[in-house]
Design a protein around this ligand. Sequence first.
Ligand code: SF4
Length: 646
Amino acid sequence: MKSEVILAKSAGFCFGVNRAVETVYDLISANKKVYTLGPIVHNPQIVEDLESKGVKIIEDPKDAEEGSVIVIRAHGVTPDIKEAISESGCDCCDATCPFVQNIHKLVKKGSEENKVLLMAGDKEHPEVKGILGEAKNEYFTFQNEKELLEIIENHPELYEKDIFFCAQTTFNVAEWKNCLKTIKKVYTNASIFDTICNATAKRQAEAEELAKVCDAMIVVGGKNSSNTQKLRDVCQKHTETYLVETAAELPKLKGKNKIGITAGASTPAGIIKEVLVTMTEIFEKEMSFEEMLEESLKSLNTDEKVRGIVSRITATEVYVEVVGRKQTGYIPADEISADPSAKPEDVVKLGDELELLIMKTNDQEGTIMLSKKRVDAGKGWDILAKAKENDETLTGKVTEVVKSGIVVMSNGIRVFIPGSHATSNRGENLDGFKGKEISFKVIDVDRPKRRAVGSIRAILREERKAQIAKFWEEAEEGKAYTGKVKSLTSFGAFVDLGGVDGLVHITELSWNRIKNPAEVVAVGDELEVYIKAIDKEANKISLGHKKAEDNPWEIMKNQYPAGTICDAAIVSMTTFGAFARIIPGVDGLIHISQIADKRIEKPQDVLKVGDKVQVKVIDIDFEKKRVSLSIKEAAKAEEATEEAAE
Ligand code: SF4
């Protein structure tokens, strides 16, 4: 029989604990000196980590250094302690869970109405102590039906009084149900507020169901945590149960085929994962932690949607008036937007009407916890799926650049764009994308696995196709372009005209005779070209670069006609004369007889390569591209000019 490890659907940090722990980490990041009134969470590993980051646990606000921040944990505190914090000269950061705050309000209101409180819970528990601090009249606490019956028996005067009941958020659900039967029979007019937190109730119910079908249960959490202990109590009614703080404490479970794992509301995901991985290794089970978490996410009540009008925005929550319910709801900051860097005030404004999903509800007067992110995400997945189907382009903001690509936030969904799909060329640096708005195509959507993959390259490819089509439509002989030299060969340069490459033959690159294109152009150079010839059917073009007005023979015709006296440079020698460069591309011959007015044996007797000489253009043969020059004639002409001047 194959062994199995099953993770309870709801396991780990509840909303309130998560909110409190994140509050402390946020304060540390803001370089604040932080004190917590008691451990922020009943989990030694987290407490140890916070201590290593400088967070100190105190019991009395007087022990905090003036100017620092004192954090009230999710359990809440009495009004007296809040008063003491404000007198301590420290800032107060109240991370009391909104569900606990709600009980404070109920008890305060009951006291103002002179009602007597009967509270199910442990009077020594910090949450209960904080709540009882709001009770200004007589109050009683009980931990089970037996203790409730004792109160009933010993206090007959309560029949005559206005009384109300509420429960510690982590009170055992089954025990509460037992007590309720008695309460309803005895105190028929009492107001009853079921203030057990959904997170607790759900964990306990799921743990119990799991325990019923497992050979053993592992409860992961702090040994001092009351909700972890209650989970253990619930499970051990049905099966062998072990409470562990870390994977290192896992017992040897030989002969067990089905092991259930659950975790208290103050147990971080990392520790649950560690336990799960260790157990899974033991049982060689292949289902990943992510898959199990995915399964657990499915358990969320995602059916009920409401509309809410934004009434207050804080750094950590957005409050809304729920339309048609006369109830206030709140959206925790991390349920507002899928973009973790977005601040609540940047996403919503006062008066905005939002479509929201109910995450948790408490009793009839309770606060409703809502999510905007999940509604947006639901719509977002539809948009993404439609965009993929219709090959539409979407836009989004790049929120992360990771090793293998970029992450884009689009319609509330994180879309991954692999590096190979981010740019037109592989291996380009992606850092420049961070924070930019980009357009992309959806190439894969897998909603159950919450995976969306996009491609910018698909758009670049389309743009390039359109650009090429436009080029061929508009291209004609003689049309000029500024292109970029893409590559060089021995016979010419390929120039990119914007998606279409054309060849500039070596003879077209320069009027001078060159042996290699690299003598005049380099890859990446911009080059003025024009279409010399085009074959649209074969998609071929040849390009010209040389301009007629730069043709040196044209320049000779216009600026150096026969008879012109000009400067030239000796570039080479032969036995019958020397060649001199008049302009680039035109070298003329000075015959040996035209070098000097006396007889010379060889040109080298009076000239050397590099000499600058004055010459007269005697003759130009444009057809044969030959020029005859004379130093002797130039000198004579010079003399004649000087004589005329005298
Ligand atoms: S268990 Fe419920 S009431 Fe307690 S901190 Fe968590 S969310 Fe808040």
